[in-house]
Design a protein around this ligand. Structure first.
Ligand code: MN
Ligand code: MN
Length: 467
């Protein structure tokens, strides 16, 4: 090897050049590929927040977590969990230090953009039956047409019983879809703005075309569809009024690329952070700081509601944990640190003008920190301190975690936020971190396996921190 000149040494010493760690490390690549297998299975099985919460509860129980009892006192090393109204997950491992020295919180969200079935959804037109939908979260509506869709959710019947529905995931299941115009007749639609390409009221789900044989019946297709639903689920049309049904892409997660270096699938915002966060929490043993992992709901619509981070349930739980130790929660909150784990946009060379290359976050360069989020002059941003970023990035470097830092995209083009602002509102210091995603919020999002793995390594280092 050629010896470096003094100036080349200076360049290495002084300049910062983010790297693609897996380019130089086959072991990282292998470990990332192995970790991705469990993750792909998870996002294929769990496509709604309820399904994630249910899967998490089973996984936590199997890992020895006890259902939290607020009358009990827990010893260091003990693991407890709580499920908030079937849609959000809280779990913790009690630390050896006093809770007044702070919690190490990991928060990700488990709701994803999708189409929800409306309260009065069923209708027929031109010998077809349909469900009407109302989209949930920030979707680009045109992306949801002409692809196989699945129905997930629950209905509550008149007698108070509940029935769980999941149709379209098994290859032998029927699937559903939204139709679009043929190019031959699209001259008028082509003149619409892209954001208006398919409108909210056009996101109707095709669910049947067979009719009952009775000339007296007015809506023969609708009744035929309802009879099939009644036979299978014991429901009547009125039960839709008390249902929670969601339309999601019917496709499984799969490897992307000849090299299988990436993962494509639905709902990776933000399950690509939720999964490694939960794994890191489950694996931690006797942490110094009490670790708390929250898988929250409703982030995509502003963290409202009883299962969103705007609700008090997480902070109430932390206060209850403090009370059981006679620790002062105000001291505990002040001394805590939270990672708000949520995805960011991966720099996309096909859409380069949307990004500022020097401050983009790149798929394959590791987990991405964000000092701030927000839009247009950092409006509505949480803005972490230099000291918090110093603490965390030193921790990453000491643990061999590939990380990068940047912004969502070009200034004044748009922007976004995370639950960090909700956490900060309660007086808990918080820093944004997450996996970069291509085609974010689309029915088929893409991430780098390396970044997923580095998120896991980052969260593992965080829950195991000694000081
Ligand atoms: Mn998100
Ligand atoms: Mn999102």
């Amino acid at each position: 090897m050629k010896e470096m000149t003094e100036i080349q040494k200076k360049a290495k010493e002084l300049l910062y050049e983010p790297e693609y760690q897996s380019d130089k490390n086959a072991d990282v690549r292998k470990a990332a590929a192995d970790f991705a297998e469990g993750y792909k299975d998870f996002i294929t099985r769990c496509k709604t927040e309820r399904e994630v919460a249910d899967w998490s509860e089973q996984t936590l129980k199997a890992a020895g977590y006890q259902l939290y009892d607020d009358r009990k006192q827990y010893a260091p090393g003990e693991k407890v969990y709580w499920i908030q109204h079937k849609k959000a997950v809280l779990c913790a491992t009690i630390g050896t230090r006093s809770m007044e020295e702070g919690f190490h919180l990991l928060i990700a969200h488990i709701d994803s953009p999708r189409l929800d079935i409306r309260p009065n959804p069923l209708y027929e037109a031109a010998h077809f039956s349909y469900f009407k939908t109302h989209y949930y979260g920030g979707i680009r509506k045109y992306q949801w047409a002409t692809m196989p869709l699945a129905l997930h959710g629950v209905l509550t019947r008149a007698d108070g019983s509940t029935v769980t529905v999941q149709v379209g995931e098994d290859v032998n299941d029927p699937a559903f879809c939204i139709t679009d115009l043929l190019p031959h007749l699209s001259a008028e639609q082509n003149k619409r703005e892209l954001s208006d390409g398919i409108r909210g009221e056009e996101l109707n789900i095709l669910i049947g075309s067979d009719a009952v044989e009775d000339e007296e019946i007015k809506e023969k297709i609708k009744l035929n569809t309802m009879m099939l639903l009644n036979e299978k689920y014991g429901i009547v049309e009125k039960d839709f009024t008390r249902a929670e049904l969601e339309i999601v892409p019917a496709t499984p997660a799969r490897d992307i690329g000849f090299d299988r270096s990436m993962i494509g699938g639905y709902g990776q915002d933000d399950r690509v952070d939720a999964y490694p966060a939960l794994m890191a929490e489950i694996e931690v043993k006797n942490p110094a700081f009490t670790t708390v992992c929250v898988l929250a709901d409703k982030e995509e619509i502003g963290s409202y509601g009883i299962t969103g981070m705007g609700s008090t349930y997480t902070y109430d739980w932390l206060r209850q944990l403090c009370a059981s130790q006679n620790a002062d929660p105000i001291r505990a909150f002040r001394a805590s640190l939270c990672l708000s784990a949520d995805v960011t946009a991966a720099y996309d060379p096909s859409w380069a003008s949307a990004f500022e290359p020097q401050n983009g976050t790149y798929a394959g360069r590791g987990v991405a920190f964000f000092k701030y989020t927000g839009s247009r002059g950092k409006s509505a941003a949480n803005d972490a301190t230099a000291e918090q970023l110093g603490y965390l990035t030193r921790m990453m470097d000491a643990n061999g975690v590939a990380w990068q830092i940047g912004e969502l995209g070009r200034i004044d083009l748009g922007g976004g936020g995370t639950v960090a602002t909700e956490v900060a509102r309660r007086g808990i210091p918080v820093v944004d971190i997450g996996v970069p995603v291509l085609s974010m919020h689309s029915p088929f999002e893409v991430v780098s396996k390396n970044d997923l793995y580095m998120a896991y390594r980052a969260f593992t280092a965080f829950v195991n921190a000694q000081d």
